[in-house]
Design a protein around this ligand. Structure first.
Ligand SMILES: Cc1cc2nc3c(=O)[nH]c(=O)nc-3n(C[C@H](O)[C@H](O)[C@H](O)COP(=O)(O)OP(=O)(O)OC[C@H]3O[C@@H](n4cnc5c(N)ncnc54)[C@H](O)[C@@H]3O)c2cc1C
Length: 464
């Protein structure tokens, strides 16, 4: 093994590798530390990636592609006991070509999302994927997870932004699918298999994305809901009034707002009214959207869907509202509790029903559990968490709650995994969700691309 490690080090040169003890932050994540690994490789080019994968594949060494390691599901760290290397793409971070006329950009996989967003904006264009980890997450990781985030309502998920990919296959071959075509019905659309594949099929080295005209004006409004059962009524009203101008519609829990205001004194309380649920609404266009927001507020108040609201009238107020949204991350507020979490997907019209039913189920098993939910409403996506007293968390109740909520999600025709992906964390739950036919097809795809099972073993649906 030592000879192979030396060979890998030689491929990338002195700056291209890190010893395990020098890279603890790359070998664990938000969920805890991972299994042992041989070393971290940080290649600079597609050619180096290709040579690394060929050596690893020939010697049965597992490869874990890693971008910013900001995923939330144990997805980019070693989780199996086998000889493994972590392959960090972070040095491959160039923007190769931004074509304003085509509104496309070609970029290396390790480019940080925010860097690409800012570069696009300097050219009057918008790179649509956006979420709280924008300063650390890479575009390769965004595509590896098919990230969702705050702009899906208007622009779709990351998948919808991808025009082409260059991918290094586990055996070292390079697939150049780096096309920038809108239409290309020349066979199976292979790039779709790599999008959301969580590093289990190959290593994305370059990407071509579509960009959008930048929306010059955007304005946000926070409203307190009279009752969560009226959420979809408000959403429909927003769509009727604003159409495509409605670019974000985010449900936030009152408990999260209070916790964020306590913890972050720089965030100003937006309104005095206290409610169980709030919605942060953003509209965007090339000219003012204020009249649409006002119309929504007036109609929503008249029909008593909205209990109170505040319209951001300056950039500072707008940032304050969005800072509040970004601090809806619950684990920072419930340290020491046992956390149970789901990244639920249901059809949009059933979100309120799901929230009510899930709380009843959780409280039926553990009456003092804290239920906490944040939702990208337009995407039917609910980040659902339940926090248990640590002593209760050690008992079988935890598994019972997981089972009951999984069953509830499936009875709603939903998925236990929406935008965050599967990783090692949700693998067993997701397996139960798949029919035999679907599981068989997915396994065969994996075997076609990675017959030796070296790509990110233990993730998604696969043991190896
Ligand atoms: C504060 C915060 C907010 C977040 N909000 C959202 C949100 O709203 N929506 C959302 O969808 N996610 C969200 N996330 C999750 C996370 O940011 C995304 O999953 C992101 O896409 C991961 O990018 P990354 O570069 O960190 O990838 P990593 O975490 O490094 O990797 C993610 C997966 O992609 C694979 N991968 C990485 N690079 C490549 C490559 N070049 N080729 C092949 N596979 C690769 C990895 O093996 C792994 O399976 C949030 C995370 C945080 C910390």
């Amino acid at each position: 093994m030592e000879k192979i490690i030396e060979e890998l080090k030689l491929i990338v040169g002195k700056k291209g590798w890190l010893a395990v003890e020098d890279a603890p932050e790359l070998l664990g994540d938000i969920t805890g530390s991972g299994e042992d690994c041989l070393l971290v490789l940080r290649p600079e080019s597609t050619e180096e990636v290709s040579r690394i994968t060929a050596v690893c594949c020939a010697n049965g060494i597992a490869i874990i592609p890693q971008g910013g390691n900001t995923n939330l599901c144990r997805m980019a760290i070693p989780t199996e006991k086998s000889p493994t290397i972590v392959l960090s793409l972070k040095r491959m971070n160039r923007i190769i070509d931004l074509n304003v006329a085509n509104a496309t950009v070609t970029v290396e996989a390790g480019c940080v999302m925010q860097v690409l967003q800012e570069t696009a904006a300097q050219n009057g264009l918008l790179f649509a994927p956006d979420w709280g980890a924008r300063g650390a997450a890479t575009v390769g990781g965004a595509v590896g997870t098919n990230g969702g985030g705050l702009n899906v309502l208007r622009y779709g998920t990351t998948r919808e932004q991808v025009l082409g990919l260059e991918v290094v296959l586990p055996d070292g071959r390079v697939w150049n699918g780096l096309r920038r075509l809108i239409k290309d019905n020349s066979g199976f659309d292979l790039k779709q298999l790599f999008i959301g594949s969580e590093g289990t099929l190959g290593i994305i080295t370059k990407l071509a994305f579509k960009l959008h005209p930048e929306q010059a004006v955007s304005q946000s409004m926070l409203v307190a809901l009279s009752d969560v059962s009226r959420l979809i009524e408000l959403y429909q009203l927003g769509r009727q009034i604003a159409g495509e101008r409605l670019t974000a519609f985010e449900l936030m829990p009152g408990i999260g707002i209070e916790k964020a205001l306590q913890r972050y004194p720089d965030i100003k309380r937006p309104m005095e009214t206290r409610a169980d649920w709030y919605v942060l609404i953003r509209m965007s266009d090339r000219s003012s959207v204020e009249e649409h927001l006002m119309a929504l507020f007036e109609k929503g108040s008249y029909s008593e869907v909205i209990a109170d609201g505040v319209l951001a009238s300056s950039g500072t107020q707008e940032r304050n509202l969005w800072e509040l949204r970004e601090q809806m991350i619950p684990h920072q507020y419930f340290k020491g509790y046992t956390m149970l979490k789901w990244d639920v997907s249901v059809s949009v019209d059933r979100i309120s029903d799901f929230l009510v039913a899930a709380q009843a189920k959780v409280h039926g098993l553990c009456s003092d559990a804290i239920c906490y939910a944040v939702s990208h409403v337009g995407d039917g996506n609910i980040h659902y968490t339940a926090y248990l007293d640590p002593e209760v968390g050690k008992t079988g109740i935890k598994d019972e709650i997981y089972d009951v909520i999984d069953e509830l999600i499936w009875s709603f025709g939903g998925s236990v995994v929406a935008e965050h992906g599967v990783g090692a964390l949700f693998r067993d739950q997701v397996r139960r969700q798949k029919s035999d036919v679907e599981y068989d097809l997915l396994t065969r795809v994996k075997e076609t691309f990675d017959p030796q099972g070296v790509m990110n073993p233990g993730k998604m649906l696969f043991d190896r």
